[in-house]
Each structure stands twice: as C-alpha cells, then as structure tokens.
Design a protein around this ligand. Structure first.
Ligand code: SF4
Length: 383
C-alpha cells in the first residue's frame, strides 16, 4: 500500500522517505566514525558494562559519570559481583549520582540474571526490558550497542535531533508525536542495519547509528545555539532550512518551581555524630543523613521549633552551613545547625558514629556537603 508520511508540515512519498532515511543514516554513520568521543564504555561490547553506563547516564552528564563508571567497574566488574555486593557498598559507589532506586533495581536485575539466566546477560530485547528499572530506551540502547540489534532508542538528545531534522512541530511528550518519533528512530536504525555490499563494518552499524544520534545531540545539536554549520545532516534538516532550531523540540512548559525549607542538626558527643538511615519506601531510601525535618515557610525561628521536636537544643547563633539544592521541581534550602541533646538523659533516635565510620556510608548529596563542611577526615572520599 502506498501512503505518504507527514513530518510536521512536510509529506514524503515512501520513495523519498526511504532515500532521506538512507542519506541520514549514511551521513550520521560517517560523522560518528570520525567524531565519536572516546568514552570508557565505548571500548567494550560487554552488555553488563554498557548497562551500567546507560543507567548511570540517565539524568547525568557524561563527564560526571566517567569517574563513577570507572570506579564501579573496578569494584564490581561482573554481574555476579553486583548480585552479591552488600547494599551499603552499592549505595556508596552511587553516592552523589542521585535517584538511588536505579542502583537497587540494578542489583535486583543482577540477581535475576544469576537466578534465571544462568548468570549470562540475556540477548533478547524482551528479556532485557523485563529487568526492574529498564525501560524501552535502556533495553534498546543495550541491545543495539552490545549486540548490534536494530532496536531504536529515544532520549532527550535523540528527540531534539529528530524533531529538528524532520521539523516536527507538536509536543514530543504527547502520545501520538512520541510514537511518531519512536517510529522514525526505528526506521533509521533498521536502515543502518540493512546489509550492504559496500559496507565493511556491518557488525556495528545499528550500534553506531543509535550512538551517532545521541552524540550529535550532545555535541552539535545542543538545546541552545546548535552548531549547524558543522552538522553532518544540515542539508536534510528542516529546522536548519527554516531557521526554527530554537523552536524545536516544542516542549510544553514544566511545572513551576516550589520552594521548600529544611533544618538539619549536627550533634556531636564524645567524638561521635548522631545520624540515621532513611527507611525503605521513601525518597533516597537506605541513604544516611543527619537528623532533619522540613519546616513551614512562615515558622518563626524554625531551627528552635524543629530541634525541640527532636529532643535537641540549638547551640549556635547562626547555621553551620546553608545548602540550596534541587530535586525534580523542588528548590530546597537546607540549614545545618549545631545542636545538643536538650536533656543529658535524652534517648535520641539514630546511631552515634565516628567520622571514620561515617566516611564509609552513603549520604544524600546535601548531607554529604554538611559532612564535607565538618572537615577532615570527612572531606576525603572513601571511594
Ligand atoms: S542542522 Fe542544526 S538543527 Fe539540524 S540536526 Fe544539525 S545541528 Fe541540529
């Protein structure tokens, strides 16, 4: 059946579409061969290593991930090592990357691989997709990069590139548009995977095509001021032709930022500090922190009111440190105050640990900054 394909305002016949797809794939592959960054996870086809890198790269920049990845692969080089690792160890290795459910899901999946796949990383998309914490993007990335399967991927970078190249005007988060972009990503990777007599390096074309889209989005087709003059697909790009790069992708505005305020307490006794581990089922579960609570915006002297609730009293006239950080749409101001037990006999909930013991535990990013502020030996990393 003959039908036309519509991308934004343009309609393409199947023949034009195939030709355009083939030109795009070939330009992207040539560019990637000459310009791909030498990243540690690109030096291997080990699906475990690629999986680790893909999970770490979610919401996190490449330069931040590299030292985490190197350390992780040194300490937990195999699926078996991850499956058997103590939860404190995996949290410590992840400390600072955030979204800690990711690391717990990875361990569950590793244990699943040992139990259900005889310790070998499965090679089918559906089996990989069945792992906890693995969605369509991650399964596609692992199967294409490790096994050269033509499984499409769609992350923020790829969405930006494809909506610009095809001039897609609608919001890529909308269901129909999102399905359309997945379809385009599928056409491209399938095109790259077609056996061609002139192609020498067939064994990595699906892998390289997907990586080229991500790489183009990271290096040239950036959110602001894309470098179109250096772009390998500029002649095929609708956004470039129509000077609409800054309008695409057409993402709906995110929710407004909400401000929140928290107070934490640094309580020291005989060289030990009072800390607690966050319980199961809450944000940052299993991570460690100083006693703390959220305060209402209009509470007068919130540090004293909050300290009272913990059985503590403040011992300073100003905070030890104020940390401002963001989690999703929340902008949180955390004040750390020195405090002491309100009564000598008070039994306070939590653990009293030495600096050396604290240095072995994984803390939330904000509380890690309080530790760093307390000075050596906290400031030294245990990694
Ligand atoms: S030409 Fe410009 S807008 Fe189009 S894909 Fe390349 S960098 Fe992005």
């Amino acid at each position: 059946m003959l039908f036309a394909f519509c991308y934004g305002h343009i309609s393409l016949s199947p023949m034009s579409r195939d030709r355009q797809c083939s030109q795009l794939a070939s330009s992207l592959l040539s560019w990637f061969a000459a310009n791909a960054r030498d990243l540690p996870w690109r030096r291997t086809r080990d699906p475990y290593a690629i999986w680790v890198s893909e999970i770490m790269l979610q919401q996190t920049q490449v330069k931040t991930v590299i030292p985490y990845y190197d350390r992780w692969m040194r300490k937990l080089p195999t699926i078996e090592a991850l499956a058997k690792a103590h939860p404190d160890k995996i949290h410590k290795l992840w400390e600072g990357l955030g979204y800690y459910t990711r690391v717990r899901n990875m361990q569950k999946a590793a244990q699943q691989i040992i139990a259900e796949h005889d310790g070998k990383f499965p090679q089918t998309f559906d089996a990989v997709l069945a792992f906890p914490g693995v969605g369509r993007y991650t399964a596609g990335a692992i199967c294409s990069i490790a096994f050269n399967q033509p499984t499409p991927i769609l992350d923020g970078n790829v969405i930006r590139v494809l909506t610009r190249v095809y001039g897609i005007k609608t919001d890529p988060r909308e269901k129909q548009t999102n399905a359309q972009i997945w379809h385009l990503a599928g056409l491209l990777v399938n095109e790259a995977a077609l056996p061609r007599p002139e192609t020498l390096c067939f064994a990595s074309r699906a892998s390289h095509l997907n990586q080229s889209l991500m790489e183009l989005g990271a290096l040239l087709c950036t959110p602001r001021s894309p470098n179109c003059t250096a772009c390998p697909v500029q002649k095929l790009c609708v956004a470039q032709k129509e000077r609409r790069q800054d309008q695409l992708p057409n993402l709906a505005k995110r929710e407004a930022v909400t401000k929140r305020r928290c107070i934490a307490f640094v309580v020291e006794r005989d060289g030990k500090y009072l800390v607690r581990q966050r319980p199961e089922g809450v944000v940052n579960a299993h991570l460690w922190e100083f006693p703390n609570a959220e305060t209402g915006a209009r509470v007068c002297d919130p540090q004293h009111t909050t300290a009272k609730g913990w059985g503590l009293s403040i011992t300073a006239s100003k905070p030890l440190r104020t940390i401002i950080h963001s989690i999703t749409r929340y902008r949180i101001t955390l004040e750390a105050w020195r405090a002491e037990p309100a009564a000598a006999s008070a039994k306070l909930p939590g653990h009293w640990l030495t600096p050396k013991q604290l240095d072995q535990l994984a803390f939330t990013s904000a509380h890690k900054k309080i530790l760093a502020h307390l000075g050596a030996p906290f400031s030294k990393s245990a990694h």
